[in-house]
Design a protein around this ligand. Structure first.
Ligand SMILES: C[S@@+](CC[C@H](N)C(=O)[O-])C[C@H]1O[C@@H](n2cnc3c(N)ncnc32)[C@H](O)[C@@H]1O
Length: 228
């Protein structure tokens, strides 16, 4: 596993385009330093050695949003999860280039990390351009569903935000339907068109940029965790 060509063979081919030597080297050297521990309960002390506020990104893609938020708030700790190795390489590159010390990464399922955090421990959760699963028969696979949203609700501190971005009209409508049924979240749209404009503190993601180039509308949702 320590040999870059082995890493490339094991992950690069199976999960995306082949890793170059420099990318495999990054995975070999920087990822172990930044990885969320594989087992045991997690909190800010375990991850960062102090009691700082935590933010969590589900499926960070190539990591540009995670890195942007982490450099904007160096006093917060950021946990990012992404099962796609080529995306992880992107995030590692941003962490290295921006010399970020407040990011921890997990190559795998975000929910498996989320469930190990204490309840009411997160200051923000991001879900940006989740896989849309557009067919009705696949709707149960959408991240915006009762099980995952129950977990997000449990882990967010009351008064803190869950952010969702999507350019998929079905996902947009679905998310409004699922979230409007909940009493534990309050939609933060101040005006009817509010969710059409990206807030200034919301860095653009790669997927979002591609969607805009294709001429798609993008919707930006912010829900506040209530006390309910
Ligand atoms: C359409 S991409 C969007 C990536 C990125 N957020 C962006 O906006 O550019 C959806 C991402 O979610 C990731 N993903 C899907 N299920 C996940 C899960 N259970 N945990 C973490 N990431 C997941 C996928 O690997 C993929 O990279």
């Amino acid at each position: 596993m320590n040999d870059p060509s082995t890493i490339r063979r094991l992950y690069g081919r199976r999960q995306g385009h082949k890793l170059r030597d420099a990318q495999a080297h990054l995975v070999e050297t920087l990822l172990p330093e930044l990885s969320v521990p594989e087992t045991g309960p997690l909190n800010a002390e375990v991850l960062f050695g102090d009691n700082r506020p935590l933010e969590f990104e589900i499926g960070f893609g190539a990591g540009e949003h995670l890195a942007g938020q982490a450099s904007a708030r160096p006093e917060h700790g950021f946990i990012g999860c992404e099962p796609f190795l080529n995306g992880m390489v992107g995030a590692l590159g941003h962490v290295r280039d921006r010399e970020l010390t407040n990011v921890r990464l997990h190559l795998g399922d975000a929910l498996a990390v989320l469930e190990r955090l204490p309840d009411a421990s997160l200051d923000r959760v991001y879900l940006l351009h989740p896989d849309p699963w557009p067919k009705a028969r696949h709707a149960k696979r959408r991240m915006v569903n009762h099980g995952p949203i129950d977990m997000i609700a449990a882990k967010l501190k009351p008064g803190c935000e869950f952010r969702l971005g999507t350019d998929d009209p079905t996902y947009c409508r679905w998310s409004m339907m699922v979230m409007n049924q909940r009493r534990d979240f309050e939609w933060q749209a101040k005006t009817p068109g509010d969710f059409l404009n990206r807030p200034a503190d919301w860095p653009e993601t790669r997927y979002e940029r591609k969607a805009r180039i294709k001429g798609h509308e993008v919707w930006y949702f912010r829900w506040k965790r209530t006390e309910a």
